[in-house]
Design a protein around this ligand. Sequence first.
Ligand code: ADP
Length: 472
Amino acid sequence: MKTLSLRARLTLFYSTILTVILAVFGFLFYDALGLVLENKLTAELRDRVVYLAAFQRLQAGEARLVFNPNDRREAYLVQSAARYYQVFQLPSGVLLVQSQELEMMGARLSPEEVRALAGAQEFTDLQLETERLRFHNAVITGNNATSFLVRVGIPLTPADEAQRGFLRSLLFLMPLGVLVSALAGWQMARRALNPLAQLAAAARKIDIEKLQQRLPTRGTGDEVDEVAAAFNETLARLENSVGQMKQFTASISHELRTPLTTLRGEAEIALLQASSVEDYRHALTSQLEEFNKLSHMINQLLILASAEAGEIQWMERSVDLSGLVGSLVDQLEPVAAAKKITLETNTPPNINVRGDASWIERVILNLLDNAIKFSSEGGHVRVSVKAEDGDAVLRVADTGMGIQAEALPHIFERFYRAEPSRSKQIEGVGLGLSLVKWIVDRHRGRIQVESQVGKGSCFTVWLPLASASAGR
Ligand code: ADP
């Protein structure tokens, strides 16, 4: 089933609420109106009873209303008060007098009913065919200790009719009111939602080529503006990411083109110039080096791509950083020795960090590899580990060529290679440090570099200690 639009749902919602409120209040008023009118009629009935008492003459076997027929006002008042009037003798229940009105309505009572009424409440209601009457029942003791049941009535019809009239108006006006307010609400919802429709139209015009566009904000600071601002922030992030991706693609193309051009050039020269098996062997050896570089670069790229796509396996557990540094230093010792570089370590035991051992190993290896690679003969590389303020601090310092100040902010970018490593053709593709940075970030750590050209570089990595990060 198709869901209703927000506008329709809003309108339906408050129309329903309005109907319920109107109905509840309407029926409460209906009840209260009936009660007030009946109370008013009951008060008038009491007045009639008191008034008639002055003209009542009751004696055994006879009940009369005695008044001066020449006094027109008195005659009118007594007769209208006694329009619904009955007197019964007690305990026999014999009817002594009954007004014409009641006679016609057939409101006769049996002796049992009379006796029952004598001991009952002061007021009783009687529903006749045409009218509903309220009676005041009073037992009066006359001469010779004879008792009478005197009943004076009043029609409740005016109250009933007023209530019915109110109900009719209510049933007519309530749907009308709900309809009018629903129409007004429908219009209001349209006006309130209009800015959202405008946002949707503006958002539809934005595509990958136009990510610099932004949704319009009205400056009201309301919810719609908030949505637009949030969307604009997302657009800014997307623009940034897409920009990075574009730059990345451009960099890859550039980086692939160079070795491929070299390979092609070498192949062409070999085809044109090589005359002996030795020449071909030489050309192929040189190509092999380029192939190695290419496959190294593609491997690094694949690792980065799968890391960023979140496809990598991540085994988070306590990692013995001191032990890891020790074994990697041992592993690289021969490489350093071949370049006559001394490797020194200062790693107190049992410094554990929380994370994935193989990824942390990659961080240490990349830093050590760079330190050896960018140092010249007779250089020193110092590796130290210590615990400080809940973090393990890994420091790799070398006495190599150093990095120029303007290159420092870029060395963690992909494919970035600072001078002179680029121009001097020192082996590398510029992906190692961006992977290192990604791994450190993923471990909720940070990395920092200090360097002076000609003096050396020092990379410092902070990783949360296993015990400190366990509670995070
Ligand atoms: P690669 O080592 O493959 O060139 P990296 O991402 O590891 O790429 O490093 C990026 C650049 O940062 C290097 O090309 C180099 O210019 C600079 N760099 C990194 N480590 C050092 C270091 N220890 N000494 C001097 N320069 C360094």
